[in-house]
Design a protein around this ligand. Structure first.
Ligand SMILES: *[C@@H]1O[C@H](CO)[C@@H](O)[C@H](O)[C@H]1NC(C)=O
Ligand SMILES: *[C@@H]1O[C@H](CO)[C@@H](O)[C@H](O)[C@H]1NC(C)=O
Length: 448
């Protein structure tokens, strides 16, 4: 208990990432880019359905500048975005897919969704705190690392590889208040990126663009635009009223700008993909409110036995809108103290961001915590720009950290050439191996 209190206390003292205010203007290069015609491909989102609904459930969504009337695909939800980012329209449906290749036709375009069989290895890329514009918050290394063209080109190259399954961003998603920056980058992503499973986490700047509730105001997002734009299948999808998100908080009615004007149930997702479990959540939600869902998620994981379970959150420590017990390291401890979750033991790991550095953040008898927040922003560490690559195929769960560039080195050209030739899995010599554990560990069996 004393340990727990100390951890909560010290988490509250952890210095939070100092960021500087933005310029207030979009860069001239963005203005130029917006004059170019954009691709006509569907702005597709594919998300794994909530675990309890069954392994084969997948939510397919399309974001568009107007409502689409389609004869070839039945979206069950068709609405203009509510409250925020209302320049967009969302179309969404939960569908059944089978392991392997599933082909849909949506608006005349063929969409292939590949579901890895349950317990099969998967491959995924993780970013956190990505930035390319200094409109709202200063993106210190946008130019130094050419984050916009390079992040786009790297993703498009990586997802040409048919063995890639998933892409995740762990919050502070492009430091975007209005949805313009999200659209700018998503317009550049290839259909091969967008047909993969997407999981996007809510961070402090996604709620209050300035970085915390104290400076929140009427223009802020509270994750409302993001939860529609980066469509997932969260706990709120079970409400059964035809909506799959909970819109019961209208921020402009409530006007509590310096609070989290949203529901944690819009961000809490859990599921398996292949042999890995994922638990996405917003640290701005109240722990006690989310506790029943965490317990439910653990019951699901203990039953379905993924090789590793990754809570995916944003905050690495308290403050800046993070609720007690809801920083990612604190949540791991909270979970391990719950009867439903205890059996997960070291299989329960985590990834987070918020601090703009990339390093192995926590070890027990093996590495368990992974910080991946350096993707354009600066911090107390030296400049870093990189991403995590998860490969759980061939009987091992491996995490590779690719440092694309740093203060003193830049391997972007070699890396993208390598990826174009043989996919990320052929380039791991250019990465640091952060985790390498067997899929079935003899010392870490589930004890229920
Ligand atoms: C859409 O739903 C209607 C009514 O249930 C059905 O007749 C039609 O076949 C469905 N279309 C597709 C493409 O699934
Ligand atoms: C965890 O272990 C790795 C590998 O030995 C090491 O690089 C890292 O600094 C450790 N992290 C912490 C927080 O102890």
């Amino acid at each position: 208990m004393a340990t727990m209190l100390w951890m909560l206390f010290s988490a509250a003292l952890t210095p939070t990432s100092g960021v500087t205010a933005g310029t207030g203007v979009f860069e001239p290069w963005l203005q130029e880019l917006w004059k170019q015609p954009t691709a006509q491909a569907l702005d597709l989102r594919v998300a794994k359905g909530l675990g309890a609904k069954g392994y084969g459930k997948v939510r397919i969504s399309v974001v568009a500048p107007q409502l689409m009337e389609l004869s070839d695909f039945n979206f069950t939800y068709k609405q203009q975005f509510r409250y925020r980012w209302t320049q967009n329209f969302l179309h969404s449906a939960l569908v059944d897919v089978k392991p392997g290749k599933n082909t849909f036709t949506i608006a005349g375009q063929s969409v292939q969704v590949d579901l890895p069989a349950e317990n099969q290895g998967i491959r995924a890329v993780f970013w956190s705190d990505p930035c390319f514009s200094s409109k709202w918050i200063s993106c210190a290394y946008a130019e130094k690392f050419q984050t916009f063209p390079r992040s786009v080109a790297m993703l498009n190259a990586v997802y040409k590889d048919p063995s890639m399954d998933m892409f995740a961003i762990l919050g502070d998603n492009f430091y975007d208040q209005t949805g313009e920056l999200a659209k700018t980058i998503f317009d550049q992503l290839s259909p091969d990126v967008k047909r993969r499973f997407l999981l996007v986490v809510n961070g402090n700047h996604d709620n209050w663009v300035c970085g915390g509730p104290g400076c929140g105001d009427v223009s802020d997002n509270f994750g409302i635009g993001q939860m529609q734009y980066y469509t997932a299948d969260p706990i709120a999808s079970r409400s059964g009223n035809g909506d799959f998100l909970d819109f019961s908080i209208d921020p402009d009615q409530r006007k509590a700008w310096k609070t989290f004007q949203n529901k944690g149930s819009n961000f809490l997702v859990y599921h398996k993909l292949g042999n890995i479990g994922f638990l996405g959540f917003s640290g701005a939600a109240d722990f006690q409110d989310m506790k029943p869902y965490f317990e439910e998620a653990c019951d699901y994981f203990v039953q379905t036995q993924p090789a590793t379970v990754f809570p995916l959150g944003h905050w690495n420590g308290g403050g800046m809108g993070c609720q007690p017990g809801m920083s990612v390291p604190a949540l791991r401890n909270e979970l391990l103290s719950l009867t439903q979750c205890r059996a997960l033991g070291n299989r329960l790991k985590y990834m987070d961001g918020h601090e703009h550095c990339n390093y192995v953040q926590a070890n027990t008898t093996e590495p368990v915590g992974f910080m991946i927040g350096a993707h354009g922003m600066d911090d107390s560490c030296k400049a870093q720009y990189g991403f995590l690559y998860l490969d759980s195929s061939n009987g091992r769960v491996k995490l590779y950290y690719f440092e694309v560039a740093s203060e003193s080195a830049d391997q972007y050209d070699q890396l993208i050439a390598c990826v174009a030739k043989g996919g990320l899995s052929s380039c791991t010599k250019m990465a640091q191996l952060w985790l390498d554990v067997p899929v079935t560990s003899e010392t870490e069996t589930y004890v229920v």
